[in-house]
Design a protein around this ligand. Structure first.
Ligand code: BGC
Length: 244
């Protein structure tokens, strides 16, 4: 079985058809820059273009940087505020003529890691954190997702934790070693309020995990994600429900 996975981010909208049994993308991923302002209509236009470019006629999963309940968007972190209150799942389904499953991007990434990746054989409480422009979180307990957690927005050091410890601070010029110390402080903070058995670190910067893992000092074991930046697309595809 296959589904089209779409990952809407603040800077790019990425899509690829995914084999739901292996998590492999069966066609090369396509990316279109996120329109500005990133209103629902402007993003729907891009999604429609991506769906047409794959000539896709099957199930579609779409990950967004938002709290999503029953298809309705409740928050908008790196996309336009006008998403809030919209039933984007039913609007996209109507527009594309195929069922669209909508979910939070970190929950999608967590799903990919849980079903096919780094969390596959982990029992207990697992917290996946996506480290990118923001910090997304997905919490699993014995493989069951607690959806829509927003641990990147915990107040930490006088502001939003993601402003302090997301990977974007490295992109903005802080060196990786200094960032890793911030990440360690943040993980210890999360652990003090919600102690997991494992942290899984995702996002592009997880490919450098070996360069900074030695400074991470938590009781929970910390492991790098398997799918990194691909996890959103893969998890969005898996969320369509086509896999056992
Ligand atoms: C958003 C989350 C999202 C994360 C990663 C945060 O700013 O609030 O919903 O998962 O960024 O994109």
């Amino acid at each position: 079985m296959e589904a089209l996975g779409i990952d809407v981010g603040g800077s790019g909208i990425k899509a690829a058809p995914v084999d739901l049994h292996t998590g492999k993308r069966i066609r090369k991923r396509k990316r279109i820059a996120t329109p500005q302002p990133s209103t629902p209509e402007a993003v729907y236009d891009v999604i429609e273009e991506l769906v047409a470019s794959f000539d896709w006629r099957g199930p579609i999963g779409c990950a967004v940087p938002s709290v999503v309940r029953n298809g309705v968007v409740y928050t908008a972190a790196n996309i336009d505020d006008s998403w809030i209150g919209r039933n984007a799942a039913s609007e996209l389904t109507g527009r594309l003529g195929h069922p669209v499953h909508l979910l939070n991007d970190a929950d999608a990434a967590g799903l990919a890691e849980n079903v096919l990746g780094a969390a596959r054989d982990l029992d207990g409480v697992v917290i996946l954190l996506t480290l990118g422009t923001g910090i997304g979180s997905a919490i699993f307990t014995d493989g069951v997702l607690v959806p829509n957690t927003e641990l990147g927005h915990l107040e930490f050091r006088g502001g939003d934790a993601e402003h302090y410890a997301a990977a974007r601070v490295v992109a903005a010029g802080l060196d990786q070693a200094a960032w890793a110390l911030r990440l360690n402080e943040y993980l210890q903070y999360v652990e003090s309020v919600l102690p997991p058995d494992y942290f899984i670190l995702g996002g592009g910067i997880s490919k450098n995990f070996d360069q900074y893992s030695s400074v991470l000092d938590t009781r929970a074991e910390v492991v790098p994600a398997r799918f990194r930046n691909r996890a959103g697309i893969i998890g969005a595809a898996l969320a369509t429900g086509g896999v056992a």
